[in-house]
Design a protein around this ligand. Structure first.
Ligand code: ZN
Length: 303
């Protein structure tokens, strides 16, 4: 399923056509949020800029194969995140700040979602290919989780949405989830059971008619977290985060966005909020954009 917005499609078309304005516009649109994310993961400011630069090069190298299974923002975030992991400049950490806060003693830092990813990869094109394979593998599961999240949002059932974010996105234990949202661990277990059943049903409905049988698929928690991180089904839109910042959302959405940013601590969305707040930092961004444009001019000529 194509997840690109009209603006993203327009920008990508412009870049693919070789329109001179296309690439600078695309870089300008995404660099701020990517830099804010990199800075939250990497202490050294110039390392953070290098990694953002590499992420943009990675996008250009994989441009032919990118089909829009996720939004352009999510795709860029995921290339950047893997560059950060591969560079060993950021220790293995969850995307959710809350998980890191609860796991202060590095006891499970080697078993976090990022530690399960394959180790370093030599080239950006191998990278993009891996992205693609992962995309296909996870597509079905992403659809199932997306449907579940959509259902919660449409019915404004933010309470249960928060519970499954804490369970599957932040990979917390039932008791920790209960504490975070002030719910009984038994209720958390019920929500977990119910949502897993719905995800399984969605997967089985999709399999119907194919030859792959009707076994109840087993879904490891770790896989759910990976898919959640790659597809970000629950992340509010950037415009919603902007509305939150201005305080213009409906109360239910304001509360939920506050939870997602400040309790769960989704680093992708925190980066977006930082970027929205830090528009005064434009000099840095102008310099970074010049760097990205200079280092990608050779790739553009090929397209
Ligand atoms: Zn988010």
């Amino acid at each position: 399923m194509n997840k690109l917005s009209e603006a993203e499609r327009y920008l990508l078309d412009a870049v693919r056509r070789g329109d001179e304005q296309g690439w600078p516009q695309l870089v300008e649109r995404y660099q701020g949020r990517l830099l804010a994310f990199a800075r939250s993961r990497v202490r050294n400011a110039s390392d953070a800029e290098d990694l953002v630069q590499e992420a943009f090069i990675g996008l250009l190298r994989g441009l032919e194969r990118f089909r829009g299974d996720s939004s352009l923002e999510t795709y860029l975030f995921s290339i950047l995140r893997r560059r950060i992991i591969d560079s060993h400049r950021g220790r293995a950490r969850s995307v959710c700040l809350l998980r890191d806060t609860l796991r202060t003693s590095d006891d499970d830092s080697d078993t976090g979602p990022e530690a399960r990813l394959p180790a370093s990869d030599p080239t950006a094109s191998t990278y993009a290919r891996r992205e693609e394979t992962r995309g296909e593998m996870h597509g079905a599961l992403a659809g199932a989780i997306g449907g579940l999240v959509q259902g919660y949002k449409e019915t404004l059932n933010f309470r249960d949405l928060q519970i499954i974010e804490l369970l599957f996105y932040a990979q917390l234990k039932n008791a920790e989830v209960g504490q975070a949202v002030g719910a009984d661990p038994g209720h958390v277990a019920t929500i977990k059971h119910r949502s897993l059943a719905r995800i399984r049903k969605h997967l089985m409905d999709q399999q119907e008619g194919s030859s792959s049988g009707t076994d109840q698929p087993d879904i490891p928690d770790a896989l759910l977290t990976e898919v959640w991180e790659d597809h970000r089904p629950s992340c509010p839109k950037r415009s919603t985060i902007g509305g939150y910042h201005l305080g213009t959302l409906d109360a239910a959405w304001q509360d939920y966005t506050d939870f997602h940013l400040n309790t769960l601590g989704c680093r992708f969305c925190m980066a977006n909020l930082d970027d929205l707040k830090q528009s005064e930092d434009r000099a840095d961004l102008d310099r970074l954009r010049q760097r990205v444009l200079q280092s990608t001019v050779g790739f553009l000529k090929k397209h």
